[in-house]
Design a protein around this ligand. Structure first.
Ligand code: FAQ
Length: 336
């Protein structure tokens, strides 16, 4: 049993201390009890302000990641090696757009608007996953994104299907099903290249794995002891498994899959630890992670510029849709 009285007093957010009324205290206690009982919190329920803010932050960043995540793969649509691969890639990218829409909708139930969330992305205030700031240099990168990036996304997102906020949890169920197809298609594309390809194509796969391995491990976020949000998010049942635990599960799964593919993972310190029943691994370059998160990765500027350009190019569509809706509303008023 834990208490969120601190949240109610505003201490955790660094806000001036407010004295909670008896009604607010009762609401807080009821909320705490429901979290303890593992119940879903729904959009119309009372919830503490910091819980709402944390969810808006995480869900909107997740939505932005899906939308920005379309860009690295989009780079290869016109150069996919066969019609089949092109159709699969197009379907996958459309899925990512759909994931973004489910997630923006889930965040909107918390009282924020799509315009506010997009303004935060376009101004650089909102984060999106570090992984999408790396370039896709060859076709093998598209396969590796499916295998490693979608693989990491699934590992991180399956526990979110049990997140305490109902609209987010339900969106995640559908997203995870689709991510699973994405991971399989990436693995299949790589398997084809290593089994049926030339030596040059096998080398291309290995090169892509070498470049994406470490950034994929960074997707899980900073180590637990440097993760400012984890403790509170775990207590609220937003996060169910810690950053480090998920990263470890991902590494253990990938070692097996890399064996099947016949590729090496670029970590000389990666080895099975009998005592821990898990793989030990080399040090992750957290300076690189924070540089990329801070806006100074290989493609940060390019990615943000592409999103802002798409928003500006779409202005006429938004204006036309609004004009149509207003005209329709005028007609309905006149007919009433
Ligand atoms: N990149 O205290 P924590 C995908 C930030 S979707 C950038 O540990 P938290 C699908 C974090 O926001 C991939 N920033 O934070 C796809 C926080 O900053 P803030 C996205 C990161 O929230 C595949 C600060 O560092 N998935 O791949 C990253 O408790 C293929 C401190 O960190 C999700 O968003 C990062 N990697 O845990 C699409 C899943 N890690 O906000 C296309 C939902 C941390 O305080 C192609 N999100 N930060 O200023 C989560 O599970 C969590 O938000 C974590 C971070 C685990 C990402």
């Amino acid at each position: 049993m834990y208490t969120q009285a601190m949240d109610l007093m505003g201490k955790e957010a660094g806000a001036p201390q407010a004295v909670a009324s008896p009604e607010e205290q009762a609401l807080q206690q009821r909320f705490d009890a429901r979290i303890d009982a593992g119940e879903f919190i729904e959009a119309k329920d009372w919830l503490p302000e910091n819980y709402r803010k944390t969810l808006v932050r995480q869900i909107s960043q997740h939505a932005h990641s899906e939308i920005v995540g379309m860009l690295p793969e989009g780079n290869w649509v016109t150069r996919a090696p066969t019609l089949k691969r092109k159709a699969i890639l197009l379907a996958k990218i459309q899925d990512e757009a759909g994931h973004g829409l489910y997630l923006y909708s889930a965040a909107e139930t918390l009282g924020t608007s799509r315009d506010q969330m997009l303004a935060a992305l376009h101004s650089g205030r909102a984060k999106y996953s570090s992984i999408f700031n790396y370039p896709t240099l060859t076709w093998a990168d598209v396969g590796v994104i499916g295998w490693l990036v979608d693989g990491a996304a699934i590992m991180n997102q399956v526990p979110l299907c049990r997140c305490s906020y109902g609209p987010y949890a339900r969106a995640m169920v559908r997203i995870c099903r689709e991510e699973s197809f994405h991971q399989r298609q990436g693995f299949d594309a790589l398997l084809t290249m290593v089994q049926k390809g030339t030596d040059a194509q096998r080398a291309m796969v290995q090169d892509a794995v070498n470049r994406w391995w470490w950034p994929s491990l960074m997707m899980f976020g900073p180590p637990d002891d440097q993760s400012p949000n984890s403790a509170q998010s775990m207590r609220w049942g937003i996060k169910r498994i810690s950053n480090d635990e998920l990263r470890q599960k991902f590494i253990d799964a990938c070692v097996q899959q890399a064996r099947v593919l016949g590729v090496g993972l670029p970590d000389p310190d990666l080895k099975w630890n009998e005592e821990r029943q898990a793989h030990d691994h080399g040090a992750i370059d957290w300076d690189e992670f924070w540089r990329v998160v801070g806006g100074d990765g290989p493609c940060n500027r390019e990615r943000l510029a592409a999103r802002v350009q798409a928003w500006d190019d779409g202005a006429w569509v938004r204006e036309a849709a609004l004009a149509h809706a207003e005209k329709q509303a005028r007609r309905e008023r006149a007919a009433a």
